[in-house]
Design a protein around this ligand. Sequence first.
Ligand SMILES: Nc1ncnc2c1ncn2[C@@H]1O[C@H](COP(=O)(O)OP(=O)(O)OP(=O)(O)O)[C@@H](O)[C@H]1O
Length: 227
Amino acid sequence: MTREISLSGVSVDYENRRALIDVTTRLDAHRIAVIGANGSGKSTFARLLNGLETPTSGTVSVHGLDPVRQGKQLRRRVGFIFTNPDAQIVMPTVAEDVAFSLRGRGLSKSEIAERVASVLADNGLGDHADAPAHSLSGGQKQLLAICSVLVSEPELLVADEPTTLLDAANTRRIADLFARLPQQIVLVTHNLRLAERCDVALLFEGGRLVEQGEPTDVVGRYEREFA
Ligand SMILES: Nc1ncnc2c1ncn2[C@@H]1O[C@H](COP(=O)(O)OP(=O)(O)OP(=O)(O)O)[C@@H](O)[C@H]1O
């Protein structure tokens, strides 16, 4: 299995602005951080990786698949964690919401229950399995969204600012979780300490990919020039 992500000459235009401009990159690192100022194109880049966004020009390949033509196949392999966890909650209770991600996979009820209990316990929600999902705090909902994605064991995890609502303890919990996950992760974040824990960092500015390299170097440039 290849875990290469590549973009070649990718631009994304909205009606009156260019969100990404001629982005070319090849990535096979385990943990990839994406940083940059508000509106620099980070989310657009992330959304390209599972076909939520389509390039106006250029090509994208994710683990050998074209997100535009093979979107359905790709979305089974790519887990996407949105900034706003409410957008991701689909079932009444916490456990049901996580179990929903495993529908159609041919698993028995007991296998599903086991996997759901295990991912909730690992991520600090073990005591909330039967709680109404909408009664959780913002940070707990963010953890729930992460559990719902992780339970299906995607081979690539794309997370768009997954720690914005989390307190220091839960940010650390998620940072530690991301550090030990075996799968590839693309992490869009304004948390520069989290970015520094990745293997490579990408810096976007005004829709352009302006630097890609060792995270402490890239974060250093961002802090010097753009922050
Ligand atoms: N659906 C859309 N329609 C029109 N313009 C959009 C749309 N989505 C994003 N944009 C514009 O594209 C540019 C890049 O947006 P994007 O969300 O990718 O930035 P970002 O780096 O993720 O920002 P932030 O850090 O604020 O989340 C911005 O100028 C934004 O206003």
